[in-house]
Design a protein around this ligand. Sequence first.
Ligand code: FAD
Ligand code: NAP
Length: 544
Amino acid sequence: MFWGEVMTQTKTHTAKLDVVVVGAGFAGMYLLHRLRGLGFNARVFDAASGVGGTWYWNRYPGARCDVRSLDYSFSFDKELEQEWEWTEKFATQPEILRYANHVADRYNLWPDMQFNTRIEGQTFDDATERWTVTTSAGDVIDAQHVVLAVGTLSAPKLPEIKGIDSFKGAWFQTQKFPKEGVNFLGKRVAVIGTGSSAIQSIPEIAKTCKQLTIFQRTPNFSFPAGNRPLARDEVDDMKKVYPAYRQTARQSFFGQPAEEPTQSALEVSAEERNARYQKGWDAGQLVGILGAFTDILFDKDANDTVAEFVRAKIREIVKDPVTAEALCPYNHPVGTKRPCLDTGYYNVFNMPHVRLVDLKKTDITEITATGIKTTAESMDFDVIIYATGFDAMTGSILKIDVTGRNGLKLGDVWKDGPSTYLGLGVHGFPNMFTVTGPQSPSVLSNMMVSIEQHVDWITDCITALRDKGFKSIEATDKAQKDWVEHTYEIGQTTLYPLADSWYMGANVPGKPRVFLPYIGGVGPYREKCDEVAKNNYEGFALAK
Ligand code: FAD
Ligand code: NAP
């Protein structure tokens, strides 16, 4: 049994609950801790057999965070913050999973969590103003509130390629890597995809496999992570200043303290510009590059300067000029597809057993019993890895059959794209909250900061409802329309809409193309949420 997993349930299901929490990732765990502390009868359900969410599932080689560990951790309890010891600048998946298990142990969350259980449906009863929630384990739960802590990158996606099931070798999705790992020694391995999961795993797989072929549809911008063990005094110094540091993070743009840029990339000399990009490149932090100037995410000409800086680096590192050019991204501005932090990614292409297949030139036509066929050739493999991403932000929410007021289906309401108020509530679906939902800063931030902010807001809200005798809360149509319009308007001022990215829903055939997160900044967004709460939940209708 994997450490920390719960194979047998420790408690019989409660049929009537104040709150059902869906998901036992960091969001679900913190929700449970807070809700119980506030006196609510809450229970967490997860399809996984343990806690950790993202870090439970994504066990591919090289998986680690790309927000610094010292930032990518809970801040709600000073003792937890002081006692936990991160060992690397960017913690590995096993270390983050250990942290998640430590949190579950420390706050004794286990008795109120139910694993191996998928929430399949939830229906709102207009008469009782409560939800009936059904699970894959056959539970039927009557709950006043449902909080969807289902994750934004938790619905993995296979590519629409003919023949996936006909492959007779071993195949894996990065999100569903086996717990026992995979031995690549002597194997001919194919990786499809060049997003963050691929870029982290490729250098690790290359170390032992016999032959590695990478199938690239779109090259990505990647920066060296500069990962390293954390020094003792570095950790101690952070622990001394944590309270003030976390406060700055909460008010910052991306949820990580960073020097605020004051100049346009176009108003300084080329030398000065490149010196700042070099500083960001050496620092190994995405905020260092994206935040080097005021206009990188807003002005194409400014963005081109950093794009060219990265392309020059790729040409410098990768020896074969044809491969180097194929690795150079041209079709989207830097940052508009999630950029990556890597450990030796571009260097891999100098290894004699590694080959890049540029799918823009020769696309995959099918997966065969023995390998992969492109328009140019057939290749045999022992292992195929699909690093092909997620149905992001809405995928896991819409997998649940959600029926709101008057039989309204969430899938129908969102058929042209999600509509939410603050990424927290949806008109027509009272007493349902989403954590880091669409139209909140979410994936454009250090997610730990955004998770804590949402959980605090939601649990404060549920407490206020109880204390003031309200039975339900529902986003108003008007507030929701205004928020969605504001989200789109602000998105349009950026370069994000120029890319076929998962931020735009463009990686899923048939998914409406809309900008999914909120790019107004973590700090200003928090202020808006606080103001709404202070004004008696302005924009929400409350009912006794
Ligand atoms: P998740 O961790 O996704 O957990 C959601 C849980 O809900 C899952 O366990 C899932 O099984 C469960 N679930 C979903 N639907 C159902 C259902 N219907 N019934 C029952 N259970 C359900 N963010 C950062 O800020 N920094 C990083 O460095 C970073 N690195 C990442 C690396 C990877 C490989 C990935 C995929 C994402 C990364 N992220 C990162 C984003 C990451 O998802 C968040 O940081 C965070 O872990 C999300 O926590 P969560 O609890 O909201 O959701
Ligand atoms: P991703 O960024 O969406 O990358 C998926 C890759 O698969 C893309 O290169 C995509 O190409 C390719 N692809 C999809 N369908 C394909 C097809 N039919 N044929 C060929 N190629 C195909 O997914 P991900 O790498 O799993 O990362 C998702 C997000 O999770 C990241 O953006 C990040 O937010 C988070 N994450 C973070 C880390 C970290 O460093 N901490 C690690 C992993 C994930 P196109 O670009 O052409 O669509």
